[in-house]
Design a protein around this ligand. Structure first.
Ligand code: C2E
Ligand code: MG
Ligand code: MG
Length: 518
């Protein structure tokens, strides 16, 4: 990072340049005169040569002066054009490029969507991290913007904690909402990288609907931002138009989710998993539940993606791990009747090192659960960067954590991933189980997965088993374990206790995963 220029250091630099100049100039006058006098004896010739020497000196100093002034001018202009902290455009450059983008959009019959972002309570970040740390966060966000937008997209820092992004888009409201969502995700990613719990407000204006020139568009986005900030933290506001119903619902749900997480009022259910041969209990999968006071039960498929997009997912995982450890050990089930506890980890969490670190910290705190823990990740999460997934998983496996690939077969699976990833289990997605009866090809896929997995020493669990005939077919395919409504639905811990105690007792098994998180 460049050292900031203070007036003291500027005076020091100027002083040294002047001193060098004085020494060089004095030396030149003294020695060049001496040299001329010792070589030229003719006084007319000597006067002429001294005049040439004077002109030469003026020429050199003028050239030097030219370059010094030119450099200083370029530096000042650069400061006008680019922000020295983030290297993003500043007002003047952004306004100029925005004008060009508007002209281009007009020619192509497109819109320009300007999103003006303001970080909520930036003062708190300054006091928490200090000015250098806060600048570091701004730089991380700027890097994230540069990495996730194409060169045609304009990005700028327009104030201490204000950024702007202008994209060319079509007239579709859906695409416009996606752009706003994408910007929020970039922001939350940067915050996650710095372990910061921080939100932002965004004002959105679209040309030509809301404005016809660059300055008008900037004004419109600024007033939308003002309106967003008046309604609270983490808000989006569209200029002059009510938010779409979908975005309104999203924001209301998100607000409720934040409150629910803060009051720790999510709850857990456990779905038992069984050995297909002897119907012996092999483990449980932990599933999170949200009973909303007005909306009723909100499915995880709806609120988990919301939590992922707004960086709340690690709070949910931390809650799930702690609560499961507490509930299962208080019920006296952990390590006795229940030997394996599977917890879902979202793709976003798995692929963000800082979030994985938070999860690892939660695992350390829930030490009674760690020896029995298995993390379920989806195959797309594991495949998004295979080499780094291998490193991350191997590290956690050293601490006794097992891994399962959830919803196996739904992503861009290559069976070869079974060879490369250090996994213990695959869970065949319930769509295959459902499809097996109508399509014999699905049955062949399940059989192939089971065969290959068992060759690699990986166990196979089929999920979503609802009928006896599915169970029989799975047994024929060589699948070892099952989970589904046929055998047990997800249930609260009290019901789980009654359920497992009523099962025919099996001799307690030695936990296969005995080492404890370091
Ligand atoms: P998943 O991990 O594949 O979980 C299995 C889902 O299948 C659960 O839905 C479960 O209730 C449902 N299920 C189990 N047996 C049957 C059956 O026989 N028939 C049918 N039709 N469904 C069955 P749920 O609880 O709604 O969870 C949905 C997804 O939400 C989960 O899919 C998982 O990806 C995610 N999820 C749930 N809890 C958590 C959590 O604590 N953290 C994270 N990151 N994701 C979670
Ligand atoms: Mg799962
Ligand atoms: Mg699944």
């Amino acid at each position: 990072m460049k050292t900031p220029v203070t007036s003291r250091s500027a005076i020091k630099t100027a002083f040294w340049i002047s001193l060098v100049y004085i020494v060089f100039g004095a030396g030149w006058i003294l020695f060049s005169d001496l040299a001329l006098e010792s070589t030229i004896t003719d006084s007319v010739k000597l006067t002429r040569y001294q005049t040439y020497k004077g002109w030469f000196y003026v020429g050199i100093t003028a050239t030097l002066l030219f370059f010094l002034i030119y450099r200083a001018q370029m530096h000042v202009q650069g400061l006008y054009r680019r922000d020295p902290v983030t290297n993003l455009s500043r007002h003047y450059q952004f306004a100029a490029y925005l004008g060009q983008m508007l002209a281009q959009a007009k020619e192509q019959g497109k819109c320009v969507q300007l999103m003006y972002l303001d970080i909520d309570n930036f003062k708190a970040i300054n006091s928490k991290l200090g000015f250098e740390g806060a600048d570091g966060f701004l730089r991380t966000f700027a890097e994230r913007l540069k990495a996730s937008y194409l060169a045609e997209v304009l990005t700028a820092r327009l104030g201490t904690d204000q950024f702007a992004v202008a994209v060319m888009s079509n007239q579709s409201t859906l695409q416009q909402e996606r752009e706003t969502q994408h910007l929020r995700e970039c922001f939350h990613d940067a915050a996650a990288r710095q372990n910061l719990d921080v939100t932002c407000c965004i004002g959105v204006a679209i040309a030509p609907n809301d404005a016809s020139s660059g300055p008008e568009l900037i004004n419109a986005a600024q007033s939308a931002l003002k309106a967003a900030r008046q309604t609270g933290k983490g808000k989006v506001h569209l200029f002059n138009r009510a938010l779409s119903k979908e975005e309104n619902d999203r924001q209301a749900l998100l607000e409720d989710l934040r409150a629910t997480i803060a009051s720790r009022s999510l709850s857990l259910v456990y779905q038992p998993q069984f050995d297909i041969a002897g119907a012996r209990l092999t483990g449980v999968e932990v599933l999170v539940r949200w009973h909303h006071p007005r909306r009723g039960m909100v499915p995880p498929d709806k609120f988990i993606p919301l939590a992922e997009a707004d960086n709340l997912i690690s709070y949910i995982s931390e809650f799930v791990v702690r609560r499961a450890a507490q509930e299962l050990s208080e019920a006296g089930l952990l390590g006795t009747l229940i030997q394996r506890v599977s917890v879902n980890v979202s793709a976003k969490e798995f692929n963000t090192p800082q979030l994985m670190q938070l999860l690892t910290d939660s695992l350390r705190n829930a030490h009674q659960l760690a020896p029995y823990l298995q993390l379920e990740i989806t195959e797309t999460a594991a495949l998004s960067n295979l080499p780094s997934s291998v490193v991350r998983m191997t590290k956690l496996k050293e601490h006794g954590i097992r891994f399962s690939i959830d919803d196996f077969g739904t992503g861009f699976t290559s069976l070869a991933m079974l060879k490369n990833l250090p996994i213990d289990e695959v869970k065949i997605d319930r769509l295959f189980v459902k499809d097996m009866q109508e399509h014999p090809k699905s049955q062949s896929i399940v059989a192939a997965i089971s065969r290959m997995a068992s060759d690699f020493g990986i166990s196979v669990v089929a999920e979503g088993v609802e009928t006896q005939s599915q169970l029989e077919q799975l047994a024929l395919c060589g699948c070892q374990e099952v989970q589904g409504y046929l055998l047990a639905k997800p249930m609260a811990v009290q019901d789980l206790k009654v359920f497992v105690q009523a099962l025919p007792q099996q001799p307690p098994q030695e936990s296969a995963y005995s080492s404890y998180l370091g």
